[in-house]
Design a protein around this ligand. Structure first.
Ligand code: PGA
Length: 251
């Protein structure tokens, strides 16, 4: 892992968490961050939007970062049930995940939609974590690298730079399944993503590329050691403070 790219360990809580348990979880993670005193890595939790403000307030000063899981492309307006990047920022978020495969599938988000959301994140002063990843059928058809290339080119806005963008590679078939690609497969995907980024933005070498999909305390060291991996996007294992902190320690 290149030392010039500070590892980011991001927890995606998905649609999990009621106030009491969520505050306890965030508090335990924040305490772990404080005790470790890490300056060489960043930890981020992305709770459901109902909890962003309470958690941002609760962990303030600990060094733990807070983000959203999604945002709308517009700053405000007639979009019932949606949340603007500006609202996340107002609630205390610094980051937002965009284009997660569950949203691409559940909500039909296309690359163009994801790109507009990343632009909205910039407009609001948030750092977007743009997710891409192939399905099992695409992998089995040998199309992984071309799918990643298409998604990446379509999903990141013009004007992207290393300080304005984080990319997460999440094979759809590895999310929540306990299955992971081999480290060689992860390294190959990340190397390809960085190559493609090289044709799009000037400081591609400094962009952080996260791996996501069934990352746990037990496999984090191996996955994070794969070439061009600069951190992890963690779902299930981010709901347990010990497990999430173990992943951060492995970074
Ligand atoms: P998982 O989810 O760690 O539970 O596989 C990862 C994600 O969806 O970001």
């Amino acid at each position: 892992m290149a030392r010039s790219r500070r590892p980011l360990i991001a927890g995606n809580w998905k649609m999990n968490g009621l106030t009491a348990d969520a505050l306890a979880l965030a508090g335990a993670v924040a305490e772990g961050v404080k005790q470790a005193g890490w300056t060489d890595r960043e930890l981020l939790v992305c709770p459901p939007s109902t909890l962003v403000m309470a958690i941002a307030k609760a962990v303030k000063g600990s060094g733990l970062l807070v983000g959203g899981q999604n945002c709308h492309a517009a700053a405000s307006g007639a979009h019932t049930g949606d949340i603007a990047a500006e609202m996340l920022r107002d609630a205390g978020a610094s980051h937002v995940i965009v284009g997660h495969s569950e949203r691409r599938t559940d909500c039909g988000e296309t690359d163009a939609v994801v790109r507009a959301k990343a632009e909205a994140a910039w407009r609001a002063g948030l750092l977007p974590v743009v997710c891409i990843g192939e399905s099992l059928a695409e992998r089995e058809a040998g199309r992984t690298l071309s799918v990643l290339e298409t998604q990446l080119k379509g999903s990141i806005p013009a004007g992207s730079t290393a300080s304005r963008l984080v990319v997460a590679y999440e094979p759809v078939w590895a999310i929540g399944t306990g299955k992971t690609p081999t480290t060689a497969e992860v390294a190959a995907a990340h190397a390809h993503i960085r190559r493609v980024l090289g044709g799009l933005i000037a400081d591609a070498n400094a962009v952080r590329l996260l791996y996501g999909g069934s990352v746990k305390g037990g496999n984090a060291a191996e996955l994070l050691a794969a070439g061009d991996v600069d951190g992890a996007l963690v779902g299930g294992a981010s709901l347990k403070a010990d497990e999430f902190l173990a992943i951060a320690k492995a970074a």
